[in-house]
Design a binder for this molecule. Structure first.
Ligand code: SF4
Length: 256
């Protein structure tokens, strides 16, 4: 999840819609940290704008957007500015990706997704599955999901710092696999926690469960917590998995 803030759209504006269907907070309640106006990689095969929502309940050492974790940080861009931007991009973009942080944390997400669809865009979501019940609400409106599965369930606490995180992520996995929504399951290979054989077994389990695409991502020191970057100590994905499973995409990162 790469964060790029286009300040040209971070301008004040009136709220275009009170928000929602009256059953919950509307899109205008969203704390939006940034908007990347054009991404070719956040939704594979699509040209998308990416909307980064503030706040995440987990504390992964390798998080490269740590500024997006604190839910108390106010948004930098009003939803009305995002919407104005999208109106100007109709016909030029395929879709919008909601990313974070953990975008399902914010109850205004379903309304925002609905508004984006009404404007004629496809909608993608990046999530780590921290709020499976909220994911279930928004899933029927999505065209694509990039779901992080960080580890076998028993290893989650070592990565996220929260004991209950594994059960939530795997509940989210069940929802995505049962939904029929196009998806990609992303596994960040963490040499401070994982062994190569564990990743190989996890990929096989995900494939057997019906995952359409499995991507191995490399944990990187850039932007990570200093203690995590020190623990990583230059270890690379290729050190753990010299021969990755044949049926995965491997996304290595610049070690700088
Ligand atoms: S779940 Fe994602 S956004 Fe949240 S701390 Fe972990 S890497 Fe960062």
């Amino acid at each position: 999840m790469s964060l790029a803030v286009d300040q040209t759209v971070a301008r004040p504006g009136g709220l275009l819609r009170a928000g929602g269907d009256g059953t919950g907070p509307g899109a205008s309640s969203l704390a939006i940290a940034g908007l990347a106006p054009l991404s070719t990689c956040d939704w594979p095969g699509r040209l998308a704008a990416t909307c980064f929502l503030q706040g995440c309940p987990w504390r992964c050492g390798y998080c490269h957007n740590p500024g997006l974790i604190d839910p108390a940080v106010p948004g930098a861009i009003p939803w009305s500015a995002v919407r104005d931007f999208l109106v100007r991009r109709r016909g030029l973009l395929d879709g919008v990706v909601f990313s974070g942080g953990e975008p399902t944390r914010q109850p205004g997400l379903p309304d925002a997704v609905g508004q984006v669809r009404e404007l004629g865009f496809g909608v993608g979501l990046h999530t780590a599955g921290a709020y499976p019940r909220r994911l279930a609400v928004v899933l029927p409106q999505l065209d694509w999901v990039g779901l992080d599965i960080k580890a076998p369930q028993t290893q989650y606490e070592a990565i996220t710092g929260l004991a209950a995180s594994g059960a939530k992520a795997y509940a989210a996995l069940d929802l995505v696999l049962a939904s029929g929504v196009a998806h990609e399951i992303r596994v960040t290979v963490d040499p401070t926690v994982h062994r190569g054989a564990e990743i190989t077994a996890l990929v096989a389990d995900l494939r057997a469960a019906g995952a359409q695409a499995v991507v191995l991502q490399e944990a990187r020191p850039l932007g990570a917590r200093p203690d995590y970057a020190a623990a990583l100590a230059g270890r690379r994905l290729r050190d753990l998995l010299p021969e990755p499973p044949a049926d995965v995409v491997v996304r290595e990162s610049d070690p700088a």
